[in-house]
Structures are given as structure tokens and as C-alpha cells.
Write a protein that binds this ligand. Structure first.
Ligand code: GDP
Ligand code: MG
Length: 706
């Protein structure tokens, strides 16, 4: 093939492409100065991210961060987006003028595969040879000039997280279009080349394709077993007949059509690396490999995983109490202040018992949520998360899924929404659906306030197993219950609704490294903003509405507790009580469950509001929410409304029930139908009800009910 010189035009639209984890997002941040989340396991970059890039001469361009992909013919939704945009096939997105292909220097052979595909397409490209520090540490040395010569495109060495090589990269981007393209550097066995050449001719003749697209189509038609079937109606019959003959000839010659192109590319890559890359002989295992012997060990790996979780929950409880008390005191003094300066009346009640009580109940848990994110961030940034996925891979294959499905589940510890988005890296549509259906069973950060409130109020602060406290153990059990249920349901769905073979997957483990505190802190900061914004809008709104419903209609001359019974909320509560009574829940818990169908934290704010109203004119109104819940007596039976068993049952219910509208909305968007979100709502609620019922009954039998 021969190509003409591309004229120099202003570069306006630039895209970053590369294998997962090669540092695209980090490079994106370095190039644009734009803040965004940096994760280090595959599947984090799932959405389109754009930023502004200033090139030489102050010209501005748009930079696009594409999802990670290993090749241009990959099939997962994520990878397909990347390919489509690159080839100008994506709707509403123009084709980039220049592509920056990020190559992980410590993994250069595998990364060059994508480069070779981009070179075929004659797309103006700059190679950013990233992670040269990691490569160097591993004894890999790359001769950049030689690599540039071999590839025929500019190569710039970078260390994205230290900002090294960024200016050179910008310069290369600005000049990328002026280079002269050249001949395809790799070649296949002569017979395949010959047939490929004929097909290119026919494709140009019958379908008026340009040379690059014709070559790409020819390769697909020659090598892919399904391509012929799939494209029957797209191509001229003469052409299809020719392809059929080609297949027969190649098969007769014993050429493996499926692998011949891949092998040809790798052969070329090997020769390029032979010239440009030197690998120092290292006999000793790297530190990463040594650590992995323990962390990914069949048994120890699992023990360490559970141990780490236990340690995290233990720390969450001990470290967070100080800032939590401070926040609680802060809200108390605001309440007291309002109480003093405002005249008694509905407005004051609304402010204190409605708005403030609800918001305070939730915001108190901010420190615990922040600690959770601190630990999740550290685990992710050190590279441990990938190991967690790796050890879970063994379990996952038993339920018919692979480790790739565990990554969304790990994200779901933060929130099911990014978890569901992360399933876009899963190729099989059925496996993807199964993963989306079960990911919300993993305990997200919105459940933490519910667990934390109930554990603090009803689980004794005894010590078990040495360092571990009973509260931390309870919390660990809730998280494990969610995880076990997610795996069990995945197994069930794979056996019944969504049958399919367990896919093969080779997990890749990035080297361990010291976490970047900056990115972890940034993430915590973003989380707090989100959490506080939510408290100031949704939680506040729901609390105010709830206050009205719990205060009216007014009845004269009764105690606040009786007034609450007669309110709309009280009436509604009595209506649903028969449904939840078998679970050991009273009507207030029922109201909490209904209100928190919106999102789970609302349960906590609902308790805050309802208890404040109930106790608004006696001494106990000034007690903490935990105290008020402990003191609550059922007027009919004279027994406490809450026991440790009730608290555990409510927690179990929250582990399993689908109490999050946003997750359902995202599932609707991802599956494009209401069928699956409704199914998810139905099966999770039923599961929650049945399991809670069993726990309650068994608990009663064992005499835990008092
Ligand atoms: P992406 O999946 O391609 O977007 O990769 P990320 O940008 O999320 O990077 C993955 C991890 O590699 C992050 O923890 C980065 O901090 C880290 N990283 C990126 N570039 C470099 C580099 O040049 N050197 C080193 N040592 N780490 C890097
Ligand atoms: Mg990324």
C-alpha cells in the first residue's frame, strides 16, 4: 500500500487510546489539568470524558479519554465505543484529528498490538510511551529513537503521574498530521497476503471502499468464522463467492485463519522489540511477585481479604467516633439555638424536628463514610483491589462468572451505580446482566449509616477474637452476607434465567505501588461534597415532607406520641404493620422502609424525624437518637420496640432489599427496558423479606428476642 502526505491542518480534536491501566486517565489529567477519578483496575473509565488541551502557539484542542481496549476488534460495549470513535463510526462524535496511543512501557509487547492496528488505519498517531519508570525498575530499557524509526510514528517517553514528557507530547500532537504515512510494516504468509490483496481489489471495485477500509474488511472476511454469515447481505455475491473459495484454499493449506493475522502482528512486534527493547536479566522475583505469593494464595489470600475488611470496619468504628460526636454536638447546639431564639409553634417544630433532626441523623455518619472511602481508595491505589478480584476469580468461576464480574462488585462497595457502569467491560451480554442484577446486593456506602446507627444503639461493645469488637464483627457479617448473597444469586441466575458457558479470562495484575494520597483525598473530598449536597437536598426535602405527614392532622389535647399515632404517617404505619409484623418490625420501622425506597440513608433521617416528634415535649427529646430508640416502649405490650434482634433483622433487610431508585434508573438505562429493574426490585425485596423472616424466627427460638 502507498499513501499520500497528509497536509498540516490545525489539530482540534485529539483522542487518547490504550490498553486498560496504561495510564490514559493520568495522562489526560496531566495534559488538561482537569480533575477526574483515577482508578487502577480495568473498567473504571467507562464514560466519555473530555477536556481542553492547549497546544503550541496557544491553539486549543479538545482531548477525549477513551475507554481502555486491547484491540480494535474487541466486542465489549466499552471497547466498542473506543473503536467506533477512533474510526469515525460513532454517532454524535466526530473522528479525532490525532490519536495519542498510550503504551505501557513495562508491558510493551502486548500494548504494541493496538498500535499495529492503529497504524494499519493510517490514523495520525503519536505514541506516548508511558510508565518508563516502572519499566526501568523491571529492568526493561526502551530505545525511543529506534522504536520511533521502527514504528514510523513519533514516540514520546512519559511518566504521566509525575508530569514528565507532557510538553514534548503536546508538541508531537501539534505536528502529528504532517507526517508521511508509509507501507504496512508487518506481513502474513504469502498465500494469505495474495488472497488479501485480491479481496482488497474486489472490495474497492464492488463497494467503493478506500484502501484502508478495504484492507480491514478483507482481513475480517478472511479470518473471522462468523464474518461471512454476518455480512451476507452487505456484500456483492461475486465477492462472497470469492471469499468462500479463499477459505477453502486456506483450510486446505492448513492455515489457521483465526490466528494468522494475530500471529503475523506479534511476529512483527517481536522484531520491533528485538531492536528497540532490552530486558535486563533478573533472576530474583520482583517485590510485587513476592507479595503476590501471599496475597493471591489460595487460602491465605482469602484469609487476608476477610482480615483486611475486618480491620477496616474496626477502624471505621474506633476512629470515626470523635468527629461523629463533634458533628452531633454541633447539630445539638444549632437546635438549642433555634429553640431559644424562635417562638414556640409549628415553624420551630418543623425546623427542629423536621429539617434539622433528619439532616443531623444522616450527616453524623459522614466521618464513617469518609473512612470507608479512604480505605477503598487506598486498596484501589496500591493495586490490592486487582488481587481481591483475582482471588475472587476462583469463587466466581464456581458460580459461572469470572473475575471480571467481581470488579463491578468491588465498585459496589462504594455505590452500585459505578458498579453497574463497570459491567460495560464484560463481553457476554448474559454475564453482564447477571452481574448488574446481583451487584446491588453488595453493601454500598449508603447502607453504612443504617448499619452504624443500629449497631451503635443495640450491639454491646464487647470484645471478641482479641482485637475485633462485637460491633465491628456485626458490620463485617453484614458485608459478608451481601457478598455471599450476591454470589449465590449469580449462581442461581446462571443456572436458570441466564444460562451460558463460563467465559475464559486471564486476569492481569498491575504491580503494587505506594498509593497517591492526593488522588485518594481528592476522591474523599468529592464524596463529601456529594454526600452533603444529598443531605441538603433529598434528605432535607424528605424530612420536611415527613414532618408534615407526621404532624397533621392535628388532634387537640393529646401527647406528642399519641398525636404521631393519629397523623397521616401513623395511619399509614398501622396500615402496613400487618405486612412487616412477621419480621418483628413495628410501624415506625415500616415507615422508615417505605420512605427509604428512594435511597437507604433516608431510613436514618426518618428515624431522626419520627423520634424527635414523638418525644418533642418530654425530657427524652434531648437524648440522642440512639437513646430515644432504646427507650421506645410499645404502648400495647409494654415491651421495648427495639431489641438487638430487631436491629439485626432491620440490618439484614437493608443488606438485601432494593432500596435505591437511582440504581433502578441506571439499570433501566443500561438494559433499555423496565423489565430488568422491575425484576431486580421484585427479587431483592422478596429475598430480603424471606431471609429477614427466617433470621427473626430463628432468633426468637434461640431466645434473642428480649
Ligand atoms: P487508565 O486505566 O489507562 O486510565 O490508567 P490510569 O490513568 O487510571 O492509571 C493507572 C495507574 O497507573 C494509576 O494509579 C496511575 O497513578 C498510575 N500511573 C499512570 N502513569 C504512570 C507512570 O508513568 N508511572 C507510574 N509509576 N505510574 C503511573
Ligand atoms: Mg482511565
Amino acid at each position: 500500500m502507498t499513501f499520500e502526505t497528509v497536509k498540516q491542518v490545525r489539530v482540534r480534536y485529539v483522542a487518547l487510546i490504550g490498553n486498560p491501566n496504561c495510564g490514559k486517565t493520568t495522562l489526560f489529567n496531566a495534559l488538561t489539568g482537569l480533575r477526574q477519578k483515577v482508578g487502577n483496575y480495568p473498567g473504571v473509565t467507562v464514560e466519555k470524558k473530555e477536556g481542553r488541551l492547549t497546544l503550541a502557539g496557544n491553539s486549543e484542542a479538545t482531548l477525549l479519554d477513551l475507554p481502555g481496549t486491547y484491540s480494535l476488534n474487541a466486542t465489549s460495549p466499552d471497547e466498542k465505543i473506543a473503536t467506533d470513535i477512533l474510526l469515525g463510526r460513532a454517532e454524535h462524535t466526530q473522528r479525532p484529528d490525532v490519536v495519542v496511543c498510550v503504551v505501557d512501557a513495562s508491558n510493551i509487547e502486548r500494548n504494541l498490538y493496538l498500535v499495529s492496528q492503529i497504524l494499519d488505519r493510517q490514523i495520525p498517531v503519536v505514541v506516548a510511551l508511558n510508565m518508563i519508570d516502572v519499566a526501568e525498575e523491571a529492568g526493561i530499557e526502551v530505545d525511543v529513537k529506534m522504536l520511533e524509526r521502527e514504528l514510523g510514528v513519533p514516540v514520546v517517553a512519559t511518566i504521566a503521574n509525575k508530569g514528565i514528557g507532557i510538553n514534548e507530547l503536546k508538541e508531537s500532537i501539534a505536528n502529528a498530521q504532517s507526517r508521511t504515512a508509509q507501507k504496512r510494516p508487518w506481513s502474513m504468509p504469502a498465500l494469505v497476503e495474495e488472497e488479501c490483496g485480491e479481496l482488497v481489489g474486489l472490495l474497492q471495485q464492488y463497494h467503493k471502499l478506500n484502501e484502508n477500509s478495504a484492507f480491514d474488511e478483507a482481513l475480517t472476511l478472511l479470518t473471522s468464522p462468523e464474518a461471512l454469515e454476518e455480512h451476507r447481505d452487505r456484500f456483492a455475491p461475486e465477492l462472497l463467492a470469492h471469499v468462500q473459495k479463499d477459505h477453502e484454499r486456506l483450510d486446505f493449506m492448513g492455515i489457521d485463519r483465526q490466528s494468522v493475522v494475530v500471529e503475523a502482528r506479534y511476529e512483527w512486534i517481536k522484531s520491533v522489540c528485538g531492536k528497540a527493547v532490552t530486558q535486563a536479566q533478573t533472576s530474583a522475583l520482583s517485590t510485587s511477585d513476592k507479595l503476590d505469593r501471599v496475597f493471591t494464595h489460595r487460602i491465605w489470600g482469602f484469609v487476608i481479604f476477610v482480615g483486611l475488611m475486618a480491620l477496616i470496619f474496626q477502624t471505621i468504628f474506633t476512629w470515626a467516633t470523635v468527629p461523629m460526636d463533634l458533628i452531633g454536638e454541633g447539630f445539638d447546639s444549632i437546635g438549642n439555638h433555634i429553640h431559644e431564639v424562635m417562638p414556640a409553634g409549628d415553624l420551630r417544630d418543623l425546623l427542629i424536628n423536621g429539617g434539622l433532626a433528619g439532616v443531623a441523623a444522616v450527616v453524623t455518619f459522614l466521618p464513617q463514610i469518609l473512612f470507608l472511602f479512604l480505605f477503598l481508595g487506598l486498596l484501589e491505589d496500591t493495586g490490592y483491589m486487582a488481587r481481591a478480584a483475582f482471588i475472587m476469580d476462583r469463587l466466581m468461576s464456581k458460580v459461572g462468572l469470572h473475575g471480571k464480574s467481581f470488579i463491578p462488585m468491588l465498585s459496589s462497595f462504594a455505590c452500585a451505580i459505578p458498579g453497574i457502569m463497570a459491567t460495560r467491560t464484560i463481553e457476554s451480554p448474559k454475564d453482564r446482566l447477571v452481574t448488574m442484577l446481583v451487584s446491588p446486593l453488595v453493601s454500598c456506602s449508603a447502607r453504612l449509616p443504617v448499619y452504624a446507627l443500629l449497631i451503635a444503639a443495640f450491639i454491646p461493645h464487647d470484645h471478641v477474637l482479641g482485637f475485633l469488637s462485637l460491633p465491628a464483627l456485626t458490620l463485617l457479617s453484614m458485608y459478608l452476607l451481601g457478598l455471599v448473597m450476591a454470589l449465590s444469586m449469580a449462581w442461581l441466575f446462571k443456572k436458570t434465567l441466564l444460562r451460558g458457558a463460563a467465559p475464559l479470562f486471564i486476569m492481569e495484575l498491575p504491580p503494587y505501588k505506594l498509593p497517591s494520597l492526593k488522588s485518594v483525598l481528592l476522591q474523599m473530598w468529592e464524596r463529601s461534597k456529594l454526600f452533603l449536597k444529598n443531605a441538603g437536598t433529598i434528605i432535607l426535602g424528605v424530612s420536611i415532607i415527613l414532618w408534615f405527614l407526621a404532624t397533621y392532622p392535628r388532634v387537640e389535647g393529646v401527647t406528642p406520641a399519641e398525636q404521631l399515632q393519629h397523623s397521616f404517617v401513623g395511619k399509614a404505619g398501622q396500615l402496613i404493620e400487618p405486612v412487616i409484623k412477621p419480621l418483628g418490625f413495628d410501624w415506625k420501622i415500616g415507615i422508615g422502609i417505605i420512605a427509604s425506597l428512594l435511597q437507604r440513608e433516608v431510613f436514618v433521617s426518618t428515624m431522626g424525624t419520627i423520634y424527635n416528634i414523638q418525644n418533642s415535649d418530654d425530657e427524652s427529646g434531648s437524648l440522642s437518637l440512639q437513646q430515644q430508640m432504646r427507650n421506645d416502649i410499645d404502648p400495647e405490650t409494654g415491651l421495648p420496640v427495639w431489641t438487638a434482634l430487631t436491629a439485626i433483622c432491620v440490618m439484614v433487610y437493608y443488606v438485601l432489599a432494593m432500596q435505591c431508585m437511582s440504581t433502578l434508573a441506571v439499570l433501566k438505562r443500561e438494559t433499555n427496558s423496565w423489565k430488568w429493574p422491575l425484576f431486580q426490585l421484585g427479587y431483592m425485596t422478596a429475598l430480603a423479606y424471606v431471609v429477614t423472616f427466617v433470621v427473626y424466627r430463628v432468633g426468637l427460638l434461640w431466645g434473642f428476642g428480649v
